[in-house]
Design a binder for this molecule. Structure first.
Ligand code: SAM
Ligand code: DTB
Ligand code: SF4
Length: 328
């Protein structure tokens, strides 16, 4: 496919396409690498400053003991990992983390809970966290599992900016990874979040043994949603001992970069986040991901339960690449 044939715009009200076929997506994915990155970077520059990266900091507000069976996840109670189950953190502790995140330069604070879905008794505390984060002048994001309409409305009322809920993989491969909730459950939660007027953050994981067609299928689901998610986290599987996916064959780093580039092409105005797995990537690979259109990262030494590059490591990389964090 030549660059002339590239058609990203459409008659949809937002000007973007939401009717991608898997064939079209695979055609992008299989372009010669230099062509693919060039096209992705060209589109990226239409919508973003290529030298700016948005920083989000994570906080695990409720760790471990999760009843779900996601095969990649160290927090599932079904697998024997080093993660110990904890109770929901106190609001003040969470806000202490948010103040640190702000001092470090993050603009969004992402709070994650190892739940299938939130319980009624937790909602007051969660809403207090959202309000506290907003008072600090940070964007808030929560990822608490499945939400019904009423729960989404409650979070919106508290002022939540983003809700993260990943589709994780293609509809077909998803069934190999999670059996305790369906792909349709995921799409229903995204609809409830969107319906409540909360910005959607949704992406997935690669490196779980999926095929190229599965990666295309995951991106097809995301790009063909009624609105493109405002943030699209692309995680490279962090292999944690004790989880079923531990020991999975490492994917070709270039295939990861291709996935980022195709996400950028399909969702031109969305933030594409180079998410989990950066510790296993060298500087050159991360730079290629930025070149391919990634413009957000998780910043800070910890993801939820696993480690992330230190702030100094990231600041050094940014300085060497001439990148400045958004908001600076
Ligand atoms: N329990 C909630 C849920 O699953 O929706 C929220 C937290 S869950 C940890 C959020 C996301 O983190 C998952 O959907 C998955 O995409 C990602 N994730 C979890 N473990 C991971 C791992 N080992 N490597 C990469 N991404 C992971
Ligand atoms: C997302 O897509 N990745 C983040 C966040 N959303 C919640 C989580 C990554 C978790 C990596 C494994 C861990 O630290 O437990
Ligand atoms: Fe639970 Fe979320 Fe981990 Fe799945 S990904 S086991 S739902 S914490």
């Amino acid at each position: 496919m030549s660059s002339e044939q590239l058609s990203l715009k459409s008659a949809y009200p937002d000007g973007f396409r939401h009717n991608w076929t898997k064939r079209e997506i695979l055609d992008f994915y299989n372009l010669p690498m230099m062509e693919l990155i060039y096209q992705a970077q060209t589109v990226h520059r239409e919508y973003f400053d290529p030298n700016k990266i948005q920083l989000s900091q994570l906080c695990s507000i409720k760790t471990g003991g999760c009843p779900e069976d996601c095969k990649y996840c160290p927090q599932s109670s079904r697998y024997s990992t080093d993660v110990e189950a904890e109770r929901l953190m106190a609001v003040e502790k969470v806000l202490e983390g948010a103040r640190n995140a702000k001092a470090n330069g993050a603009t969004r604070y992402c709070m994650g809970a190892a739940w299938r879905s939130p319980k009624g008794r937790d909602m007051d505390a969660v809403c207090d966290m959202i309000k506290g984060v907003a008072n600090l002048g940070l964007e808030s994001c929560m990822t608490l599992g499945m939400l019904d309409r009423a729960q989404a409305a409650t979070l919106k009322q508290a002022g939540l900016d983003y809700y993260n809920h990943n589709v994780d993989s293609s509809p077909e491969y998803y069934q190999e990874i999670i059996t305790t909730r369906s792909y349709q459950d995921r799409l229903d939660t995204l609809e409830n979040v969107r319906g409540a007027g909360i910005n959607v953050c949704s992406g997935g994981i690669v490196g779980m043994g999926e095929s190229k067609a599965d990666r295309a299928g995951m991106l097809q689901t995301l790009a063909n949603l009624p609105e493109h998610p405002g943030s699209v986290p692309i995680n490279m599987l962090v292999q944690v001992e004790g989880t079923p996916l531990y020991g999975e064959e490492q994917m070709d780093p270039f295939d990861f970069i291709r996935t980022i580039a195709v996400a950028r092409l399909l969702m031109p105005a969305s933030y594409v986040r180079l998410s989990a797995g950066r510790e296993a990537m060298n500087d050159e690979m991360q730079a290629l991901c930025f070149m391919a259109g990634a413009n957000s990262i998780f910043y800070g030494e910890k993801l939820l339960t696993t480690t992330n590059p230190t702030q100094n490591t990231d600041l050094d990389l940014f300085a060497r690449l001439g990148i400045t964090p958004e908001g600076k």
